[in-house]
Design a protein. Structure first.
Lengths: 764, 348, 199
């Protein structure tokens, strides 16, 4: 017999554990009644941009969160949002610049002067030897809009390089491309509140319950008022579980499905001839193409009953007011733009646009997914959504920036293409700001090779990401709560984030670092910004008169109103929550340009070796590459590791090691066996690095127009695995370990109870 | 907040009897302990009376307490484990070790908060010291006499028997005479910390009641401060204000003693039950009598404990004692499954 | 019976566990989450069930009744408080007697802890943390009239059956209109049919 402990108490699972205090020992959590300040701000995570208060103690440190009755979220928050504040004073924070001359050396902490001088020297060296375009810049869509504006300007004016892009390329670009093509304006057509007014809500390729949890209140609100809900998703997600119709189609078949819906609509004369006649171009061709997709054909392609397609078409088209919202599920495809266009075609054909409760929207994944793509950090765009290929647009921007048009570089290439250029040494130096491509880009081995080939690589981040850990220089920058700025949410509502505390010693704002680098590169006069406020003023001017008009939006107005939706051309303009109310789009002819969509199979062919579809996505406790959320104890406790979701028909039991093999890689995950997924499809969440990375398996095929990678479908097979790969600890600065209390469950080999995480009783 | 319902008449009768018996016993002990009141200091009479009330109150409340089904069953099981000879042979050190960790060093408080543990230890040892000195003095069990009338040579006697003689000017003597001052010095910071915490900590403030949570702390501080001032007065002020302080001190002590059975301090009497409970579970664990959940097979608690709990639930007419055989998670999951199957599966 | 209380609708729950994280932010027990979130349909669907303390009314809170230390007090407004820290001896009687599986226990601290309807917030007129942040309204705090204003025609039930026993609670659950006459099943499995054990 083992020696019995003096305390013989037992307690059943789920009753005894408090080991989830967000990485802070439970007995050190206190709330003292000695005065605190509530700073109104918004969440740093997804595109819903929930309002929240950060609780600041007398010492000026953020120590908690309090719900805020903001228009967008009405006090609701998701688990990520509630735990977000714990990043701010987290022990894993970087507090000194890191530098090394080669990747074989360890990092050493250096002064800001040394890090900035070294970076500027490397930029000059590489550009002198190989031309300006040999140095690239990659931004991110979790930056404030001011900073995204600076990223674009820095690339064009200080680096004078064409190679600038951002991680929204992995996220929202398909929707952006489709919006531009069809409407000439790139944003959701309706505000969230319109969802409450609709009679039929169609959600395509969006796990709203997990990726945008707070948006669920609008979905449920619509249903409470009698709306029917249609969910198109290969998995039975939380919103699909109770939906009126759940279309569990095969990944990569969305446009066939939407063409077939259009087919039924036309055939049953449910289309709005008058609307289409008055407001569109290209309808004839679209209609002819739709006639090639009878429900029976689509049923075969999509793997759903033809009757269900007819039912969906009728439900949507017969509703007095119908709405469609979509997200990455239909956008992350080699025909992502076309998938979005096929949804637009359906809405337009049924006349569901520009009315309260009738319209179309895309749900941006990153906090500033909308704002981040508007002001010039995208390879082909200039501020105000201007095109870098358009002579007139170039002239306007050069005038604002005070440079010669000849100095302004041409359009660059997309993020994934830049990786290939790194491998070919066409790009030899890179600065990355607010991104983590080692986890977020597809086909990891290619990405790693590309970055390893770089002669010089610098990253900006506040935690050492997997990508930053591979760099030469790392700049420790602020979190969202240590600087002010604006973001635009999925409704294109511009909201203001306020500064809640001073950054820790040694940490600078991204704005400061960019301006310092610009100064060292001889462009200091164009980057004389004291802070976000000054940048925003220039951004307003730069966007004045464009489609994405921010001119009438000021910090003061944002603080007074809680958000203004662009376009907002003057300071007395109320903003434009709903587009197309007058039936006119932003195209010169005012028409909706309907586009023909032809379905084609995904780029990764199925064969006997790879008969299944692998699809990837998010889980509710983690965000994107996980560099932030994998360090927060509560979120690690909820979902410590990735898994592979498989249908019981494959014969695996829960927790069995399952090897997933694609043409690019093989990895072993614990099986989460559930009937809530198609038998021909497996799912892996993508927030973790190799050897537990979904993106070691995914294909880097791109949409020809948006250049978005085809994350959502590739061919794979599954087989019994041997050892389940352990999740590596998040990287940290030299001499540190990832905060142990937050990492307790990381090595747990079991899958979560459900895709949303481990039940509270299943934790250790 | 409502306390549990008042005791039933039969219980009240039994409790009154117990209270009366215990207070009579105490009176007898005082009379004989003070050598038929020869050693009894009549100035301490109010204190002595208060202790008699205390004895009655504690015995009464204790009887009521262990008459409720939950406490009664655990009380019996605890004593049964304690008096089991087999138990003692197998683990002779278990009881003293448990008593030391739970009652003496109160390790469990450290798991709640280190600061609270430290403050509680200060109060605990301070009060223990004070009680060990004052109660026998009050009852006339201890006497300090000097053959010379006013020292410095003193004799300490218990029940009239000389225990030791000491010089009030050496360290031991100083400690003997200033034991109560030391106790006060221990209690004041501890009680002040708790008082400060009750003003500040939102967790502590939630549901806080003045009479239950604040009064005892204030009493402890008043007793300690007035006690110290008495010493201060006699040494530095030549007795200035002594009488007023003495009355204030006496009033606060008497109030505290009377308060013990009815307020927060009753936990002093109750807490040893934790050791009984531990011993009961310890005994069963030694025989590996672990009860596993009917559904998931995870350990719930010891088998005799689950049986004891079911008995308690039956005593209370809670008709779902069989449900105790399932772990809480399985209870929730079964309820969730039943809701999905019989109430509604989805949204509507 | 029902005043201002929590109404639970598992049908709306998306299992996101915002409540679990929010509970931990509650000032009266910062760092410790009291709410339970289970996925009862594991392997079949992503259905989920949040469990807060149901604040039993009849019989008077079984947890308080079985407590050997009189540590669980009930406020005048029917809120069953968590164990009094000075009295609780950590015996786990309440943990295993609660028909809803609610109380938790800190074995090291010898202390039971459970949902107290965020007494520190409700006392100031604020909703409990979990119901404040719940993105779906699966946890709703207010009166039944306020609930109906948001969800026209919704029906609620505040009694549960465990075998032959009916337990009435302060916290209620949403039920469909045709089931409003019946207590909600508590989930106690049938162990015997006509004297034969079917367990």
């Amino acid at each position: 017999m083992n020696r019995l402990p003096l305390d013989p108490s037992l307690a059943p699972p789920g009753t005894r554990n408090f080991r989830d205090a967000g990485g802070i020992p439970a007995d050190r959590w206190r709330a003292d009644q000695d005065g605190e300040t509530l700073v109104p701000t918004h969440c740093c995570f997804c595109g819903v941009q929930c309002g929240m208060y950060l609780r600041v103690d007398k010492g000026g440190k953020v120590f908690g969160v309090e719900p805020r009755n903001h228009d967008i979220n009405r006090m609701r928050l998701c688990p990520k949002g509630i735990n977000a504040y714990q990043q701010i004073n987290h022990p894993d924070r970087l507090t000194a610049p890191l530098l090394r001359r080669s990747r074989d050396e360890p990092f050493r902490e250096v002064s800001w002067e040394e890090a900035l001088d070294h970076t500027a020297d490397e930029v000059r060296r590489i550009q002198a030897a190989h031309g300006n375009d040999a140095f690239g810049l990659l931004g991110g869509a979790s930056l404030f809009s001011e900073k995204t504006y600076l990223v674009g300007k820095f690339a064009r004016v200080a680096l004078k390089s064409r190679h600038v892009d951002y991680n929204g390329r992995l996220c929202m670009v398909s929707a952006a491309g489709a919006n531009k093509l069809a409407f000439g304006i790139d944003r959701a057509a309706n505000p969230f509140s319109d969802i409450l007014l609709t009679d039929c809500l169609l959600i395509a390729g969006s796990n709203v319950g997990e990726c945008f949890p707070v948006m669920t209140q609008y979905v449920w609100g619509a249903r409470d008022r009698g709306a029917s809900l249609i969910v198109v998703d290969p998995r039975e997600t939380a919103i699909a579980r109770t939906a009126d119709i759940h279309v569990a189609l095969k990944p990569g078949t969305d446009s066939a499905f939407f063409n077939a819906l259009l087919h039924v609509v036309i055939k049953e004369e449910l289309d709005d001839e008058a609307y289409v006649g008055a407001h569109t171009t290209g309808w004839e061709e679209v209609r002819d193409k739709a006639m090639e997709y009878p429900p029976e054909r689509a049923a075969e392609i999509c793997g759903v009953p033809a009757a269900q397609i007819v039912e969906v078409a009728r439900t949507f088209a017969r509703a007095p007011k119908a709405m469609a919202w979509h997200a990455r599920g239909i956008e992350h495809h080699s025909q992502g733009v076309e998938n979005c266009l096929s949804v637009i075609n359906l809405c337009v054909a049924t006349g569901n646009l520009g009315k309260p409760g009738a319209g179309y929207g895309t749900i941006t994944g990153q906090g500033n997914g909308q704002g981040g793509r508007e002001h010039g950090q995208k390879a082909d765009l200039l501020p105000g959504g201007r095109s870098i290929m358009n002579v007139e647009h170039r002239r306007q921007i050069c005038e604002i920036w005070g440079i010669e048009e000849s100095e302004l570089p041409p359009a660059g290439t997309s993020m994934m293409e830049m990786v290939h250029q790194m491998r070919r040494q066409e790009i030899r130096g890179l600065i990355g700001i607010c991104n983590n491509p080692f986890v977020s880009l597809p086909n990891y081995s290619t990405v790693k090779e590309g970055y390893d080939t770089l002669e010089f690589h610098a990253q900006f981040d506040f935690f050492l990401s997997e990508t930053a850990a591979n760099a030469h220089v790392v700049f420790p920058v602020t979190t969202w709560a240590e600087d002010e700025g604006v973001m635009a949410n999925a409704e294109a509502r511009v909201v203001k984030h306020n500064k809640a505390q001073e950054p820790p010693a040694g940490v600078r704002t991204d704005t400061w670092v960019i301006c310092q680098l610009a100064q060292r590169l001889g462009a200091g006069d164009k980057f004389a910004f004291a802070g976000s406020r000054e940048v925003f003023d220039e951004l307003r001017t730069a966007s004045a008169g464009t489609v994405n008009d921010y001119y009438g939006i000021t910090y003061e107005r944002l603080e007074e109103t809680g958000g203004i939706v662009w376009p907002c051309p003057s300071t007395d303009h109320p903003g434009t929550p709903r587009l197309f109310e007058d039936g006119r789009t932003a195209h010169p002819d005012g028409k909706i340009h309907m586009q023909v969509v032809e379905w084609h199979p995904p780029m990764d062919p199925y064969d006997d070796e790879h008969p299944l579809s692998l699809t990837t996505g998010r889980t509710v406790a983690h965000f994107l590459s996980g560099n932030q959320t994998r360090r927060l104890g509560a979120l690690v406790e909820q979902t410590p590791r990735p898994w592979v979701e498989v249908h019981p028909s494959h014969g695996f039991r829960n927790g069995d090691p399952v090897r997933v093999v694609t043409r690019r890689g093989r990895e072993v995950f614990p099986a989460l066996v559930t009937e809530a997924i198609r038998p021909d499809t497996v799912f892996i969440p993508y927030h973790w690095p190799v050897p537990t990375a979904a993106n070691a398996l995914t294909i880097d095929a791109l949409d020809p127009r948006s250049k978005i990678p085809e994350y959502k479908v590739c061919a794979c097979r599954i087989e019994p695995g041997d050892r389940i790969a352990e999740v590596p600890a998040p990287p940290t600065a030299p001499g540190q370990v990832a905060y142990p209390a937050a990492q307790v469950s990381r090595t747990d080999p079991l899958p979560p109870t459900s895709p949303q995480g481990r039940g509270t009783a299943e934790r250790g | 907040m409502t306390e549990p319902p008042a005791a039933k008449p039969a219980v009240a009768l039994r409790a009154t009897a117990a209270g009366t018996a215990v207070s009579l016993l105490l009176i007898l002990a005082i009379v004989f302990g003070s050598r038929r009141l020869k050693d009894f200091d009549s100035a301490l009479l109010p204190y002595a009376c208060a202790t008699v009330f205390l004895a009655f109150g504690v015995a009464y409340r204790y009887t009521v307490w262990i008459s409720s089904p939950g406490a009664r069953r655990l009380f019996r099981q605890g004593w049964r484990s304690l008096f089991s000879a087999a138990n003692f042979r197998r683990a002779p050190t278990a009881l003293p070790r448990m008593a030391a960790t739970y009652l003496g060093f109160q390790k469990f408080l450290g798991a709640r908060s280190h600061a609270r543990w430290a403050a509680h230890q200060l109060i605990f040892w301070g009060c223990l010291l004070a009680a060990a000195i004052t109660l026998p003095l009050t009852w006339g069990w201890f006497t300090f006499t000097s053959s010379t009338g006013s020292g410095p040579g003193y004799e300490m006697r218990i029940w009239g028997v000389k225990i030791l003689g000491f010089d009030s000017l050496n360290v031991l003597g100083w400690l003997m005479f200033h034991g109560l001052d030391i106790a006060a010095v221990l209690v004041i910071p501890g009680a002040s910390y708790f008082l400060w915490r009750r003003m500040k900590d939102r967790g502590a403030i939630t549901g806080q009641r003045f009479a239950y949570d604040l009064v005892p702390l204030i009493l402890l501080i008043v007793i300690s401060v007035t006690g110290l001032l008495l010493t201060f007065s006699s040494i530095f002020l030549h007795g200035g204000g002594y009488e007023f302080l003495a009355v204030l001190h006496m009033v606060s002590v008497v109030l505290t003693l009377i308060y013990i059975p009815f307020g927060k301090f009753f936990h002093i009497v109750q807490r040893p039950a934790a050791v009984g409970m531990q011993l009961f579970k310890y005994t069963a664990r030694q025989d590996e009598q672990v009860f596993h959940c009917r559904r998931c097979g995870q350990p719930v608690d010891t088998a005799p404990y689950v049986e004891n709990l079911r008995g308690t639930m039956r005593d209370l007419d809670l008709g779902f004692d069989a449900w105790a055989e399932y772990c809480p998670r399985c209870k929730r999951v079964l309820r969730g499954t039943a809701y999905l199957a019989h109430v509604k599966k989805g949204y509507k | 019976m029902m005043g201002r209380t929590i109404f639970i609708d598992p049908g709306r729950c998306i299992g996101c566990q915002a409540c679990v994280s929010a509970c931990r932010e509650c000032d009266s027990h910062r760092g410790k989450s009291m709410i339970h979130l289970d996925y009862p349909d594991e392997g079949h669907s992503v259905a989920s069930l949040p469990t807060v303390c149901m604040h039993c009314e009849d019989p008077v809170a079984p947890c308080a009744e079985v407590c050997p230390a009189d540590a669980i007090l009930v406020t005048a407004d029917g809120v069953v408080q968590q164990a009094d820290t000075t009295r609780c001896i950590g015996c786990a009687n309440c943990v295993n007697a609660c028909p809803f599986g609610v109380p938790k226990i800190d074995l090291q601290a010898k202390l039971q802890m459970k949902c107290n309807l965020c007494y520190d917030r409700t006392a100031y007129g604020l909703a409990p943390m979990c119901a404040t942040v719940c993105p779906t309204g699966a946890l709703f705090y207010g009166t039944v009239e306020e609930l109906r204003a948001e969800r026209p025609g919704v029906q609620v039930a505040d009694s549960f059956t465990f075998g032959d026993v009916v337990v009435s609670t302060g916290v209620a659950m949403v039920v469909p209109a045709d089931k409003v006459q019946w207590p909600v099943p508590g989930g106690l499995p049938i162990v015997e049919v006509n004297g034969r054990t079917v367990r």
